[in-house]
Design a protein around this ligand. Structure first.
Ligand code: NAD
Length: 364
């Protein structure tokens, strides 16, 4: 069994990589307490819950809590309902929460774990590509507010993460492709060789070739673990992981989380941020085209799905958590494989790159 260790200043935890979920019993029993609550949704539960429960010690008390499918589950309403369930059903500090699902389930479960009884342990079993390569590692947990994405949350690390490749076979194509946006992001912000590898292996990646996927997922997890180890609380290098997300989060919130999957919004955000990097002279036009070509080859969006009003989008960006004032902070590229933070970008330039992604974007 392969594993990557996320080493933090005062503790560490493992990300386990296995193909078949049934082998999870080798490590899960070392990380769970007496009372276990699995948080999942009906889609994921129908596919994996029965098999997953068999990996847990039969001596433990195991219950399941269901939330609705989709981004709507990351809300105060569902957060509050889970806390109520935990209190009413006498869950104490000897509880382990397990998030079985994609990034939505992981972010929500982690936030409940961070706050219930001032913190109980949690494990994430990420079942989407996006959650396997990104959201399950690093302890960023949280829920959305209508005024902004992930506006309530905590950095609270899991006890362990279990990645099973087999779960990706059932993932709908759209969700699978969306996860590839975060994969491309790693190449762009810090690993030009990996970017090149993705370019050369597009067909295998699209076909979910197991060997290619095993390499891709472990490599992304190692990059993420390395960045989190350097900057757990997001004060420095970790912010670069938000490449494409300043635009992306605003696009998601502006469309009330219903038009774009997170990865699709990030793909568009990366196009806008790359074009902005090009406009400011940090990224050559040929590199910019190369990035967009890779996104197209992976079937990721490079054009907005619908016209958009830019002023509300700019207002949303001004509320982004990364900002130090009301100036949006952008992560831009200094060439493929190197990212940097840039403040003080003119409104005109923001308008220009958004308009470039949809001929009928409205400035006001
Ligand atoms: N915490 C972080 O560091 C971090 C990083 C990136 C993204 N995120 C968050 O992650 C969320 C997006 O996560 P996501 O893309 O995984 O979306 P998701 O959790 O909504 O999952 C996508 C869809 O796939 C279904 N599904 C999940 N696994 C499946 C499987 N194996 N087979 C079939 N269907 C399956 C889900 O039910 C859902 O309908 C966003 O809220 C985003 O903000 C968090």
């Amino acid at each position: 069994m392969n594993q990557t260790v996320v080493s933090l200043r005062d503790r560490q935890y493992s990300v386990y990589f296995q193909n078949d979920m049934k082998h999870g019993e080798n490590w899960i029993r070392h990380h769970v307490q007496r009372q276990i609550l699995i948080i999942t949704n009906a889609e994921v539960a129908n596919l994996f819950l029965e098999k997953f429960v068999r990996t847990l010690p039969s001596t433990h008390v195991v219950e399941t809590y269901y939330v609705p499918d989709g981004e709507q589950a990351k809300s105060l309403t569902h957060y509050e309902a889970i806390i109520k369930y935990l209190i009413e059903n006498h869950y104490h500090r000897d509880t382990t929460l397990i998030g079985l699902g994609g990034g939505v389930i992981g972010d929500l479960t982690g936030f409940v774990a961070a706050t219930y009884c001032r913190g109980v342990p949690y494990i994430h079993i990420p079942t989407t590509l996006l959650a396997q390569v990104d959201s399950s590692i690093g302890g960023k947990t949280g829920i959305n507010h209508v005024l902004g994405k992930n506006m309530m949350g905590a950095v609270y690390q899991p006890t362990a993460v279990g990645i099973f490749y087999e779960v990706l076979l059932t993932l709908p194509e759209r969700a699978y492709i969306a996860g590839l946006a975060e994969v491309v992001k790693y190449g762009l912000i810090q690993d030009a060789h990996f970017f090149e590898w993705i370019e050369q292996n597009t067909h295998k990646i699209r076909a979910r070739d197991q060997v290619a996927l095993m390499y891709l997922i472990q490599h992304c997890c190692e990059i993420k673990a390395g960045i989190v180890a350097q900057d757990e609380h997001d004060h420095g290098v970790r912010r670069l992981l938000n490449f494409g997300h300043t635009f992306g989060h605003a696009l998601e919130a502006a469309s009330e989380y219903s038009l774009y999957l997170h990865g699709e919004a990030v793909s568009l955000g990366m196009v806008m941020a790359s074009r902005m990097s090009n406009e400011l002279g940090y990224l050559s036009s040929s590199e910019c085209l190369r990035i967009e070509q890779l996104l197209i080859n992976l079937s990721l969006p490079v054009k907005l799905f619908e016209p958009i009003s830019i002023r509300p989008l700019r207002d949303l960006m001004a509320r982004d958590k990364k900002n130090s004032s009301t100036d949006p902070c952008f992560i831009l590229l200094d060439g493929i494989g190197k990212a940097k933070l840039v403040y003080k970008v003119s409104s005109n330039l923001i308008n220009k790159v958004v308009i470039s992604c949809h001929e009928s974007a409205l400035v006001d």
